[in-house]
Design a protein around this ligand. Structure first.
Ligand SMILES: Nc1ncnc2c1ncn2[C@@H]1O[C@H](COP(=O)(O)OP(=O)(O)OP(=O)(O)O)[C@@H](O)[C@H]1O
Ligand SMILES: [Mg+2]
Length: 270
C-alpha cells in the first residue's frame, strides 16, 4: 500500500503508547497516511499516571520540524503537547517558515489521569500567539474553560466558549464533549459561519486513554487526503468512537483505545 498523504506530528512521547506521538503515529498509519514526527517532550507514564516529563530543547524541536519538512513536505500538521513558552515560540517560528494550511492544534493541558502537561506562561502564549495560526483548534472542556475563563456545564456553554475562541482569532474550533457526564456526548464545531454538533452515545469504559490525540491526528489525515473540514471532523469522531468500543483493555488504569481498529490483519500473518 502506498500512503495517501504525509502528516507531520509535533507532540510529546507517551511511553505507554496510548496517547501522544505513539497514538498519533498509529492512527495516521492505520488510516493510510505517512507519519513524520517532531518530539517536544518525553514522558514516562503508564495507564495509571504520569511519572516524569523531560523537555526537548526548543532548538532541537525546530530542527526536527524544518529539516524533515525541507525534504518531505507534509500535507497536514498535527500539533499536540507543547508544555513551555519557549517550545511554543519555536513551533510558531517553524510554522511561519513552512506556510502549510492544514494545521490542527490539540491544546493538550492535562493527561487523562489529571496530571498537568503545560506551564502557566505557556497557556498565555498559546492563547495569544499560536491558536490564531492554525486551521482547527480541538480543546476538550477543561482546556476550553482555561482558554476562555468561563465554566462549561451545558451545550449552550460549549457554544459560548467556542464563540469566544473564534473572537480570539481561531479559524475553526471543535470543542470536545468527552468530559461531560451525560449519556450523549456532543462535540461542537464552530467556524465563522455556523455550528455543527456531532452526537454520540457515551461508551461506558475506563479505557479512553488517547481519545484526544487519536481524534486530532485522524482529522489531520482525512484533511490531508482532501476531505473538507466538517467531513474530516465527522469521520475522525466516528473513528475514535469505534476505537473506544474496540479498546484492548491493557493496564490497570485508563487503558488505551484501539488506534488500529481500521486495520484487518491478513490471515497469512497469523
Ligand atoms: N466515553 C466516550 N464514549 C464515546 N465517545 C467519547 C468518550 N470519551 C470521549 N469521546 C470522544 O472522544 C473524542 C475526544 O474527546 P475527549 O473529550 O475525550 O478529548 P480529550 O479529553 O482531549 O482526550 P485525552 O484525554 O486523550 O486528551 C471526542 O470526539 C469525544 O466525543
Ligand atoms: Mg486531550
Amino acid at each position: 500500500m502506498k500512503p495517501r498523504a504525509k502528516i507531520l506530528i509535533i507532540a510529546g512521547s507517551d511511553s505507554s503508547g496510548g496517547a501522544g506521538i505513539q497514538a498519533d503515529i498509529k492512527t495516521v498509519t492505520a488510516l493510510g497516511g505517512y507519519a513524520m514526527t517532531a518530539v517536544t517532550a518525553v514522558t514516562a507514564q503508564n495507564t495509571t499516571g504520569v511519572n516524569s516529563i523531560v523537555s526537548i530543547n526548543p532548538i532541537e524541536i525546530e530542527k526536527q520540524i524544518l529539516y524533515t519538512c525541507k525534504d518531505i513536505r507534509p500535507d497536514a500538521i498535527k500539533i499536540g503537547m507543547l508544555h513551555s513558552s519557549l517550545v511554543i515560540n519555536s513551533v510558531c517560528k517553524s510554522l511561519k517558515k513552512l506556510n502549510i494550511k492544514n494545521v490542527i492544534l490539540d491544546p493538550v493541558m492535562f493527561a487523562k489521569g489529571g496530571a498537568r502537561l503545560i506551564d502557566e506562561s505557556a497557556i498565555m502564549n498559546l492563547k495569544k500567539k499560536l491558536i490564531k495560526k492554525v486551521l482547527l483548534l480541538t480543546p476538550n472542556i477543561p482546556e476550553a474553560e482555561v482558554l476562555t475563563g468561563i465554566k462549561i456545564n451545558s451545550t449552550d456553554d460549549m457554544k459560548k466558549a467556542a464563540k469566544i475562541l473564534i473572537r480570539f482569532g481561531v479559524k475553526n474550533v471543535l470543542l470536545k464533549g468527552g468530559h461531560k457526564k451525560s449519556k450523549i456526548i456532543k462535540d461542537v464545531l464552530l467556524n465563522k459561519k455556523e455550528f455543527n454538533i456531532f452526537q454520540n452515545r457515551k461508551v461506558k469504559s475506563i479505557n479512553t486513554h488517547g481519545t484526544g490525540c487519536t481524534l486530532s491526528s485522524s482529522i489531520a489525515t482525512f484533511l490531508s487526503c482532501g476531505k473538507p473540514l466538517k467531513k474530516s471532523c465527522e469521520l475522525g469522531i466516528k473513528y475514535v468512537n469505534q476505537a473506544i468500543r474496540n479498546n484492548v483493555n491493557y493496564g490497570k488504569g485508563h487503558g488505551p483505545i484501539n488506534h488500529l481498529n481500521s486495520i484487518k490483519i491478513e490471515k497469512k500473518f497469523l
